[in-house]
Design a protein around this ligand. Sequence first.
Ligand code: NOJ
Ligand code: CA
Length: 556
Amino acid sequence: MEKKWWHDKVAYQIYPKSFKDSNGDGIGDLRGIIEKLDYLKELGADILWLCPIYKSPFVDQGYDISDYYKIDESFGSMEDFDELLAETKKRDMYVIMDLVINHCSDQHEWFQKALKDPEGEFGDYFYFRKGKDGNPPSNYRSYFGGSAWEKVAGSDYYYLHMFAKQQPDLNWNNEKLMRELYTMVNWWLEKGLAGFRIDAIMNVKKDMEFKDLEPDGEDGLGEVWRMLETVDGVGEMLEDLKRNTFEKYQAFTVAEVSTMKKDELSDFIGDNGHFGTMFDFSATVLGNGEHGWYDSKPIQFDDFRRVLYRSQLACQDVGFLANIIENHDSPRGVNRFLPEYARNDAGIKMLGTVSVLLRGIPFLYQGQEIGMQNCQRDSIEEYDDISTIQEYHKALEAGFEPKEALAVCGQISRDNARTPMQWDDGENAGFTRGTPWLKTNPNYRRINVKEQMEREDSVLNYYKRLLALRKSDLYREVFTYGRFAPLFEMEEKIFAYERRLENTAVRVIANFSCVEKTLPVDYLSGDQVLLNNLEEIWVQERSITLRPFQVVVVRS
Ligand code: NOJ
Ligand code: CA
């Protein structure tokens, strides 16, 4: 496997709106990020992924871009951005941004021009089609609910939006548009960006006949992503993108890939793949409801372990996956992957350890390093996320009481991860001196960076040790390139694996159960223990006993 500059890096996802507000307007900003660079460096982050900071009406929190060349004023200016780049460089850190080019905002100048003349030059930047017998061109249901076609007032045309109606899809068959997009991508790379996180990319290739789907609900619509399964050829589009942009800059790219077909892994993340890496969502999608959030199920440990082992084994001869326990689209990993009895410091450290030491690129999400958790709300008014509001109403329509529907949001809402970062126990968690755009999680008095910095055995200090171990001179290679092999697969509630590179082998052994477990592990001397989330380790001659939620990292 060809070595790349980013293989041994640790990435950290910043949700700028909620990270740190420097000017008291309640919205996190670039100067706030600059203030916290030393904190991130000390934690062990190398690559910072910034969620969208481009100019946007924020219908979908910046995933609706109205100008790809501008920084949204709420985040600061281009000078602030340049300063952020310079400051990260000084610290040997890298910045990647979101690349949202499946769709743009309906406020983008291209779309505004297209609306005026759907048959004109800019009309072809999008998908405008005439309706059928007074109905939309097809029965697609958008990701955010309702038809994926929006009627243009005063005309027979509809336009396609796979997400919200304010996010019209861009037509990747239009060569002029593609040149515009490539120029824009290169413009950012020229500025010194290290790469991109690539949004919703599998949606770019459509069935140009826009055939109806088998309805899968009472609304007579079918989920639009089913259309993606019926088309081939997205790879050619992705190769073209890569050749015209990323490849020339050795950029790091991490893709959000939802509907990959079987046996395509090497096309995506092999040595010459379309992308550097892509997220492993195999655990994040577990428990997803069939009809909506309201019928989602709690994740079972066995499934969690099975899918992660499977993707680890599938990718190790091919390339690198990006490993996460949470992101801005999901609830907090602590609430999702740990049973209630394990949502304590030990359990949180254990979950972090098994995830960070997997083979692949670890992506931490802001607040994960202090064990931030989901946030219950008293009213739907307290949510901002477009998808939460839609899912809330879906739950009501399915017969849930408002209280029950709110409880569903408390578990699944994307706003769970979007609450302000908890810096200290002062007002608004030290995130802002104004009124935060989204209410802070009230648990910030207990869970915050300041308290954890001062406490030696905190989750934060543990994460620092964990990342330092992963990047240490002695173990960096094995954690980067070492093979993955599951251990103790027949043991209930044990998540364990070996990473091995030539003569170096390291074992990660975690007890997710609430009882002690004794496992056959050859004699251990103290100096073989590289990391332990509890104070002690209980070893016998040929075995080791793990307390509930204990994780140890040992070398052979
Ligand atoms: C995936 C992003 O992560 C999510 O936040 C967004 O709503 C959709 N793509 C649409 O851009
Ligand atoms: Ca601000």
